[in-house]
Write a protein that binds this ligand. Sequence first.
Ligand code: SF4
Length: 75
Amino acid sequence: MKKVIVNKEKCISCGACVGLVDEVFEFGEDDLAQVKSNIDFANINEELENEIKDAIEGCPTEAIEELDSDDKNSI
Ligand code: SF4
């Protein structure tokens, strides 16, 4: 799947993504959500991919964004 990032300017620390997919999302030292650094999005299984999509849809501020893997200008 495409790489996913948390746009910290939009995150309100509600915890939904971390509660839903703690394999992928965590809170940083700034108390905002972030994607764990060791996630290899190229080799993610279907079940986890669906959970990540649920987290994207469930984020109240649309802070979780998908990036094209070759798109380095998006952040
Ligand atoms: S669901 Fe969205 S707003 Fe809530 S903690 Fe995750 S990224 Fe932040």
